[in-house]
Design a protein around this ligand. Structure first.
Ligand code: NIG
Ligand code: FE
Length: 417
């Protein structure tokens, strides 16, 4: 008999997501490895075994206080948020109201609001202030079931301010339980001081920021907002290629408002993920079909912007493009970090099934952040990041909305919420 540090037993549904060495696509997107009356044994913060309760308890014993009875409950891997802009200062509720009155996101941005108004506040904030603002957000994310999150810089837009944001992410990762995967996004917008010299800003990103970030090992990925009026296809390509040379794997905000070829560029540069894709056209879809890029859909943004065109999740799944979901948490286009809300919108608006949606916030999201080696499934050797839900099934988790259904959150084998 082996000794476990923690045993979760009798889960009504244990969704293991097992056997996902690569992102799940097509029909496999709905294979979530459900074990009825399931159990998980945790040793040294890692999953030692996951399977039917009678088999696991025949092999593993734990102290009574280290056994959690999950009768009637769904148990899943900790959720992975594949796309956040978590580190910011200030909020933008006035823009929210302007949009309700008819202004568009790009109009507000072109009038000097949008990202640049958050940039002013982030530049004025110290690193310690940014950390202080982000800590309660991370605690709340964890309480809602998110145990790993990708986090982008991109509200600094100068070398020192981008470094400040990435260092804030690094510091947050040390003090908070959620695992953070940092992405450099100096190409989130062109700052005001470069308004009439946009090419010079691209040069600054390539020649100064990317080397500074890479040298300090502050990011895993390089992302760019490839959009009409922001960074063109050619500028985005140059930035992503420079990032790649420096060891930062490419990600891209693509086809959020206009289909300008960001999806094709993602395929061309071998991006780990192409994100948003609300307006993707058939050419973009076909391009992604051929490659390893994960489509990270962010339906909370469509919802929050009051838009009606959601990313065509069904087409992606039918074409065999792996789909992940993220929150896009940011003060401008999605003031939400709760992935349960994203699951609900993914089902009702993108017409994803609950099983497909769960895959999208676990194993496929982990692949979209190159973290699938450690998280996203409940299999031996993975980190014991587990959520026990008040819901009895994956279907129920997606069916009920507007309340927090995460009951117990376990991070690396420790109860954290
Ligand atoms: O992912 N699209 C660009 N960036 C964010 C918006 C950031 C903001 O408005 O502050 C997004 O939607
Ligand atoms: Fe984003």
């Amino acid at each position: 008999m082996n000794k476990a540090d923690l045993l979760i037993i009798h889960a009504a549904e244990l969704a293991t997501l097992r056997g996902s060495a690569s992102p799940r696509r097509g029909k496999d997107q709905s294979e979530i490895g459900i074990i009825p009356d399931g159990a998980v044994a945790v040793v040294d913060g890692m999953v030692a075994a996951a399977g039917p309760t009678d088999e696991i308890t025949a092999e593993y014993k734990a102290k009574k206080s280290d056994v959690i009875d999950a009768t009637g409950k769904l148990v899943t891997p900790g959720l992975v948020d594949a796309h956040t802009h978590l580190v910011f200062a200030g909020t933008r509720e006035e823009e929210f109201e302007l949009r309700l009155r008819g202004a568009s996101y790009l109009e507000i941005a072109q009038a000097g609001g949008g990202i640049l108004s958050t940039v002013d506040k982030v530049r004025a904030a110290s690193k310690a202030e940014l950390v202080k603002l982000a800590r309660p957000r991370l605690r709340a994310m964890l309480a809602h079931g998110t145990t790993t999150a990708e986090v982008k810089s991109g509200y600094g837009l100068s070398t020192p301010d981008e470094i400040k944001c990435l260092e804030a992410i690094r510091d947050l990762a040390k003090v908070e339980a959620v695992d953070l995967i940092p992405t450099f996004m100096g190409a989130h917008e062109v700052p005001r001081e470069f308004a009439n010299r946009r090419t010079e800003y691209v040069d600054l990103v390539i020649q100064e920021m990317i080397p500074a970030v890479a040298e300090r090992r502050l990011a895993r990925f390089c992302d760019v907002f490839c959009e009409v009026g922001v960074f063109s296809i050619d500028q985005s390509r140059a930035i992503l290629e420079a990032g790649k040379k420096a060891g930062l794997a490419p990600k891209i905000h693509a086809e959020e408002f206009k289909p300008i070829g960001g999806a094709e560029l993602a395929a061309e540069v071998g991006a780990v993920s192409a994100d948003h894709l609300m307006m993707v056209n058939d050419r973009g879809l076909r391009a992604l079909k051929r490659g390893p890029t994960v489509a990270v859909l962010l339906p909370g943004t469509t919802y929050f912007l009051g838009a009606t065109t959601y990313a065509p999740a069904r087409k992606f799944i039918e074409e065999g493009v792996p789909v992940a979901l993220g929150s896009d948490f940011n003060p401008g286009t999605c003031m939400n970090f709760n992935l349960q809300a994203i699951l609900s919108i993914a089902c009702t608006q993108l017409k994803m099934t609950p099983a497909e949606a769960l895959t999208a916030v676990t194993v496929n999201a982990a692949h979209a952040c190159a973290a699938a080696e450690f998280v996203g499934t409940l299999e031996p050797g993975k980190r014991a990041d587990v959520v026990i839900w008040s819901a009895p099934s994956v279907r129920y988790l997606c069916y009920q909305f507007g309340v927090n259904q995460a009951e117990t959150v376990i991070k690396a084998g420790n109860k954290v919420g």
